[in-house]
Design a protein around this ligand. Structure first.
Ligand SMILES: [Zn+2]
Length: 384
């Protein structure tokens, strides 16, 4: 396989059924492509009690200058109902100018495009004017415990720093060149339990029904928005996901009721400020309650500047369109990388990600390879 061809490499990756946490040979395919190009490859296997072990790869070309990192993942979500697919999800078929398969868009295609871009620069006699690295995890679509976060810790422990990072997640809603993600909202989940005293419904004065208080608390946190949005972010959102009492009896007042809600928050908030806001609302209703919060990612923003301009210019040069800067969508591993260096996200068109018949246009694979090539040629001069 010639590593300058993103299609062949993407096909080889798709043919590894690397459903999280399985690697299924995907990182080996990458290593086999990167090692002949001069990359030093480190396979990093992490595990923790209660989680499946996960394979990761850190590969670096060059040992001097700024270290520009491409981050991504080779794990994929399950294909779902195989009968609903018109092709083998792990076959890598090319039909009518499109490459099909689980991970084609999210994001084996982008990983292949980046490797091909590096290979082409080397073949053209333009070695990077610094170091280029790839941080590829097998734990992005899962719990993300044994993936990017631990690789970053490993890098820090060995004194290796990243100076800038491009994450290759599918960021374009419809066409290549639509959108660069320059930040992400945070995500925090709250579990509220309201306590009372159980009793007979015919003698409510002898009980303390927690449910009216639970209802008032839920109204209090949903009747007005958390904010009106900020310069680069949409308004934060709060979605109730379940209310549970589990009371099978019609003549018993329950002792407690629980509700769970998920908040996607912008850069006007921190998890601590959100918890304080929630407790203020609940305290105003009164009574005994527990609130347990768990945060999977904080919000972050890479303000428009040299890195965002570099990627936008490269995308515009190739596609003729200036990408919009956006912070929409869910979380990504950029939430971990942002603590180490400036990070932006730009990849393929995301329309079919996680869907049946996931695919990517061959033209987009070619275009993304050209965009990553333009980034590689300009990045060291522009970020110095
Ligand atoms: Zn992804």
């Amino acid at each position: 396989m010639t590593p300058t061809d993103p299609v062949a490499l993407a096909q080889a990756l798709i043919r590894c059924p690397s459903v999280t946490p399985e690697d299924a040979g995907a990182l080996g395919v990458l290593e086999a492509a990167l090692t002949p190009l001069g990359f030093t490859c480190h396979r990093l296997r992490f595990e923790e009690p209660g989680t499946a072990p996960v394979e990761n790869l850190y590969a670096r070309l060059g040992s001097t200058g700024k270290n520009v990192c491409f981050a991504g993942h080779t794990d994929v979500v399950p294909p779902g109902d195989l009968k609903a697919w018109s092709v083998d999800p792990f076959g890598g078929a090319v039909l009518n100018g499109k490459l099909y398969g689980r991970g084609a868009a999210d994001m084996k295609g982008a990983v292949a495009a980046f490797v091909a871009a590096v290979a082409r620069e080397l073949e053209a006699g333009r070695p990077p004017q610094g170091s280029v690295s790839l941080l590829i995890t097998g734990d992005e679509e899962g719990v993300a415990v044994n993936g990017t976060k631990k690789v970053l810790d490993w890098l820090k422990a060995r004194g290796e720093r990243l100076d800038a990072c491009v994450v290759g997640e599918p960021t374009n809603p419809v066409r290549l060149g639509d959108m660069i993600k320059i930040g992400r909202r945070g995500s925090t989940t709250g579990r509220l339990t309201v306590y009372g005293a159980q009793g007979h419904t015919a003698y409510p004065h002898l009980a303390d029904n927690p449910l009216p208080r639970l209802a008032r608390m839920l109204v209090a946190i949903t009747e007005e928005p958390l904010d009106g949005g900020t310069e680069h972010f949409q308004a934060s959102t709060l979605a109730l996901t379940t209310v549970d009492v589990g009371n099978p009896a019609t003549n018993v007042i329950p002792a407690q009721g629980t509700a769970v809600f998920n908040i996607r928050f912008n850069d006007a908030h921190t998890p601590a400020s959100i918890e304080a806001w929630l407790r203020g609302k609940f305290d105003a209703v009164g009574g005994a309650y527990d609130l347990v919060m768990s945060t999977s990612g904080e919000s972050f923003l890479t303000p428009p500047g040299p890195l965002t301009e570099l990627v936008a210019d490269a995308a515009e040069t190739v596609t003729g369109r200036r990408p919009e800067y956006s912070t929409t969508g869910g979380t990504s591993d950029a939430r971990f990388i942002k603590d180490h260096c400036p990070v932006v996200e730009f990849g393929l068109v995301g329309q079919t990600m996680h869907k049946v018949d996931e695919h990517v246009a061959l033209d987009d694979l070619a275009g993304l390879t050209d965009i990553y090539g333009a980034i590689l040629r300009d990045v060291f001069a522009r970020l110095s």
